[in-house]
Design a protein around this ligand. Structure first.
Ligand SMILES: Cc1cc2nc3c(=O)[nH]c(=O)nc-3n(C[C@H](O)[C@H](O)[C@H](O)COP(=O)(O)OP(=O)(O)OC[C@H]3O[C@@H](n4cnc5c(N)ncnc54)[C@H](O)[C@@H]3O)c2cc1C
Length: 542
């Protein structure tokens, strides 16, 4: 069953191509206009770039600032990589200027607010990466590792801090399956492979990684590792960091090879220092991950439960006592009513619960039957496979829909956290309230939420926010809302991020998460691995 991890057949859902017809239906457009009565419209016409139909036009209208890379650094990079792999043309620089948060999408529409890297470097191997890091340190050039560029926390923003210039390090040429160990069921994948490319290489041998974040089509193996990504099957198959057995990273201080055996007592697990390091310590070049045989069977089902609290209690039971689902997703009352999970196809009362299993035939059937019995006994109402099918078919469309909604004049963004089962509902309420208060009633904010990753001790909460956009200060409007939401998470004892990572946007809250001593420890690691401070300044550590 390899097809699930291939690009969706619907070309409109692929970020690489403009949709032939708008993804936001006429009906939804009318609803958005009716609810939000937007006064702002697109600040600038859009055209395609490598991200998602963003405003390259902005770059065409306003000539980009000249590259600040000095000729000596340019020549040294060219000697290390070959001149054709040191790109300073405007469109390549523009395509590496931002990630994909709402503010990034807005900045694509506001030419003056957009910073470009001074060059884009395209290394092919570890030797070239080591060489270019040495050149960067010598010439005081900041280096931003760039995978798929899908960061939603400012992780790939080309900031140079105190340095003279900044380059994006595009890892797309590191695109090989280095080794598949079928006996141990591990695969060594290079960092620049995208999700679909990695899964296609594995599927040829009957295996899958099965890591499917919503950004699957573009995000890369290195990006997954550097951000501790979580995919849609993470409840059963494990988040990306939990799948990693070994990794290699080139840092300015040298190359690290971490992880020798599936279990060890040889001191603290240093792999964990690179997982989630967000390019601030070095460049992850290769990751050895656990893989699975392609699933023989897949079953995804929808259920309706009476409330978010009732659904959360059921998910807790499944997570703690089993049978554990591979996919679990519970929409709150607002998300259910708006039909967010199913692209507007399945609205309704109560809360939508999706559960799914993938693997061997007997295992899938056994867990599905046992779960159905448990849910039915608890009063849940079966909706069958169609509810889950409409979620599956629409799950990669959201990125492009955001562009279209922004054009309609609304603010639209997502944010996420995780908390213990005991605190989950309190955090759900506190973050929702913080967002609604910060945006203000006059902006008619709609805050919807779902649970999508289960642990024995708790679960993640993923919030979607839509509001009327403030035409006078759209950036400040969202920054205030995001600030309030992150403060609420920290105050409620939840994490500041479950899987989007820290980047630049969450860095001011890192001390609230790990304490001042924890931040000092990370700074010491950075000083050891990156003494000149060239690696992704301002990300992870403010
Ligand atoms: C629409 C949308 C949906 C998303 N859904 C999910 C989801 O379901 N689950 C999830 O976990 N995330 C999700 N994200 C967030 C994002 O896709 C993840 O953080 C992803 O792991 C980033 O991968 P990337 O290759 O795009 O990394 P990039 O965006 O290129 O980089 C992210 C960070 O990692 C660093 N980095 C990248 N590659 C390397 C490397 N080889 N070595 C060192 N540092 C590196 C960068 O410098 C940056 O700090 C979503 C994003 C969008 C836009």
């Amino acid at each position: 069953m390899a097809d699930d991890f291939a690009l969706p057949a619907d070309p409109a859902s692929a970020w690489a191509a403009a949709p032939a017809t708008p993804l936001v239906s006429e009906q939804m457009r009318a609803l958005v206009t009716q609810i939000f009565e937007p006064t702002a419209t697109a600040t600038h016409p859009r055209s395609e770039d490598r991200h998602s139909g963003l405003a390259q036009q902005a770059q065409i209208d306003a000539p980009p600032p000249a590259s600040a890379l000095c000729s000596a650094a340019h020549a040294a990079f060219a000697a290390a990589l070959g001149p054709e792999h040191v790109r300073t043309d405007a469109s390549t620089r523009a395509a590496h200027a931002n990630g994909m948060s709402y503010l990034d999408l807005l900045r694509h529409r506001l030419p003056a607010a957009r910073a470009l890297p001074d060059a884009v470097l395209e290394p092919a191997d570890e030797g070239q990466i080591a060489a270019l890091l040495a050149v960067a340190a010598e010439h005081a050039v900041a280096v931003v590792p760039f995978g798929g560029g899908t960061s939603v926390v400012g992780g790939v923003t080309p900031a140079k801090g105190e340095l003279r210039a900044v380059v994006a390090l595009d890892l797309a040429r590191l695109d090989r399956l280095v080794e598949l160990d079928e006996v141990s069921r591990t695969a060594t994948l290079q960092a620049g492979l995208t999700g679909p490319a990695a899964d296609a290489l594995l599927a040829a041998h009957g295996f899958t990684l099965g890591h499917v974040p919503q950004s699957f089509e573009r995000a890369t193996i290195g990006g997954y590792a550097a951000t501790r990504s979580a995919g849609q099957l993470s409840t059963g198959w494990g988040r990306f960091d939990a799948l990693v057995e070994r990794l290699r990273a080139v840092t300015p201080a040298g190359t690290l090879v971490l992880g020798r055996a599936p279990g060890t007592a040889a001191g603290p697990d240093l792999k964990q220092l690179l997982l989630g390091s967000e390019g601030a310590f070095g460049v992850i070049t290769e990751v050895t991950v656990r893989v699975r045989p392609l699933p023989q069977a897949r079953r995804h089902e929808g259920w309706r439960v009476e409330s978010f609290a009732a659904g959360a209690a059921l998910l807790r039971r499944l997570a703690q006592d089993g049978p554990r689902p591979d996919l679990a997703r519970l929409s709150d009352e607002t998300e259910t009513a708006m039909g967010f999970a199913t692209g507007g196809e399945q609205g309704g009362e109560g809360c939508l619960l999706l559960v799914g299993w993938e693997g061997g035939e007997a295992d899938v059937n056994g867990r599905a039957l046992a779960t159905a019995a448990l849910l039915q006994a608890a009063g849940a109402h079966p909706l069958g496979e169609p509810a889950a099918a409409s979620w599956r078919s629409g799950r990669f469309r959201a990125p492009r829909m955001r562009d279209e909604l922004i054009d309609l004049g609304v603010a639209v963004e997502t944010l996420e956290t995780a908390a213990s089962w005991r605190d989950l509902e309190r955090v759900h309420a506190a973050v929702g309230e913080a967002l609604r208060d910060a945006l203000g009633e006059q902006m008619r904010p709609v805050v919807a939420c779902h649970v999508s990753h289960l642990y024995a001790a708790g679960a993640s909460l993923y919030f979607s926010v839509i509001a009327r956009r403030d035409p006078a200060d759209p950036v400040g409007q969202w920054q205030r809302a995001k600030h309030a939401a992150t403060d609420a998470m920290a105050a409620a004892g939840a994490t500041i991020t479950h899987h989007h990572a820290v980047g630049a946007d969450h860095a001011p809250w890192l001390a609230a998460e790990v304490g001042e001593e924890g931040v000092a420890l990370l700074r010491a690691v950075k000083a050891q691995l990156d003494p000149a401070g060239i690696m992704n300044p301002g990300k992870l550590l403010a």
